[in-house]
Design a protein around this ligand. Structure first.
Ligand code: BTN
Length: 239
């Protein structure tokens, strides 16, 4: 993968979307400082120092949107977990693509598709990673959070982490476009921290509660409500 390194930007996702035509397929845009980072559910993504990762992968798999593109966040989520594991920690996935350690968030993903003239211009897979942060900065985030340096007790080289991550992503990417979520289902489920638990899921129009029973072959969440009625959720976020 090629890299575009920015010293400061409002949001790497916004930058990637605005420059989608010029940015080649398979490019990683990353910034030392992000001043208006955005997260899922209209949240913001805080800037927590220049030794953390604020990055967006630009992908241009085809001009027509295919269903499996919505699972690319789960592919990235798995690859992030595998990279963290190389540093000796055991992260857990919160469906669909949050990564936690002991219920504290260490990384989040925001995917955006860019459409234009009736075709798919590209997909922007944005991710933020708490790589090297201090506890007092983390305490100011509005949800429990941790950082890789705190978990392993030493500073982590940002470029080395990004290289490991993107190498792993590339190894799986082409096959993933053919096979979809099924390619990674077992590896994803092995790291799932939400199964058989009571969860609340935020849907676009409401919240819904139930027991997370499983994940389908297409990456959807199987939720069973108190009347044992099953719901298959294609979009949403476990809160
Ligand atoms: C989330 O967990 O809510 C997703 C957070 C995604 C944050 C990253 S940081 C780099 C990229 N640029 C953004 O504005 N957001 C994503």
């Amino acid at each position: 993968m090629d890299f575009i390194h920015l010293e400061e930007i409002d949001s790497t996702n916004k930058y990637a979307k605005e420059n989608i035509t010029q940015i080649p397929d398979g490019t990683v845009v990353y910034a030392d400082k992000q001043t208006a980072g955005r997260g899922r559910l209209n949240r913001k993504w805080d800037y927590t120092g220049c030794d953390n990762i604020y990055a967006s992968i630009v992908l241009k798999p085809s001009k027509r949107y295919k269903d499996c593109y919505s699972n690319l966040t789960q592919l990235l989520c798995l690859v992030l977990c595998q990279t963290f594991e190389e540093y000796g920690i055991t992260p857990k996935i919160k469906w669909p693509n949050d990564i936690q350690i002991n219920k504290k968030k260490i990384s989040g993903i925001l995917a955006e598709a860019v459409m234009g003239e009736g075709e798919l211009k590209g997909i922007v897979l944005g991710f933020g990673i708490n790589l090297n942060t201090t506890q007092d900065i983390l305490d100011k985030i509005n949800q429990p959070a941790t950082s890789l340096n705190i978990e392993i007790g030493k500073t982590v080289d940002k470029k080395e982490f990004l290289n490991k991550l993107t190498e792993k992503f590339c190894l799986l990417y082409n096959k993933f476009l053919e096979d979809g979520f099924l390619l990674i289902k077992d590896d994803y489920i092995r790291r799932a921290g939400f199964l058989k638990q009571e969860v609340t899921v935020r849907l676009p129009d409401k919240d819904t509660c139930g027991i997370a029973e499983g994940v389908t072959d297409t990456g959807a969440l199987i939720l069973k409500d108190k009347n044992n009625k099953e719901q298959i959720l294609l979009i949403g976020d476990i809160l």
